[in-house]
Design a protein around this ligand. Structure first.
Ligand SMILES: [Zn+2]
Length: 89
């Protein structure tokens, strides 16, 4: 099981291959970002992905889309590179 939150309003679904692939690439990018508040979650998800259990996983659609939302990750990546720039000057 993937999601550990209890959401009464939303049922758990099995992800499609397509959304799994999208999710994996989002996860890779987030691993590189190492956003402190996400690190614990990302480590846990990474164990699922590398452990192969992901094919048996269940998740909330809203959790998935929140996690792999592209422009949000891009914003984080941008923020990360700005921080690096500030360090280098
Ligand atoms: Zn969830």
């Amino acid at each position: 099981m993937f999601c550990q939150e209890q959401k009464v309003a939303e049922s758990l679904t099995t992800p499609s291959i397509h959304s799994l692939e999208k999710f994996k690439s989002a996860l890779k990018r987030r691993i590189q970002l190492r956003v402190p508040k996400d690190v614990e979650l990302i480590d846990r998800l990474n164990i699922y992905v590398t452990g192969g259990d992901i094919h048996e996983c269940l998740w909330h659609w809203s959790c998935y889309s929140h996690f792999s939302y592209n422009s949000r990750i891009e914003r984080l990546e941008q923020k990360g590179s700005n921080v690096k720039k500030a360090f280098n000057t």
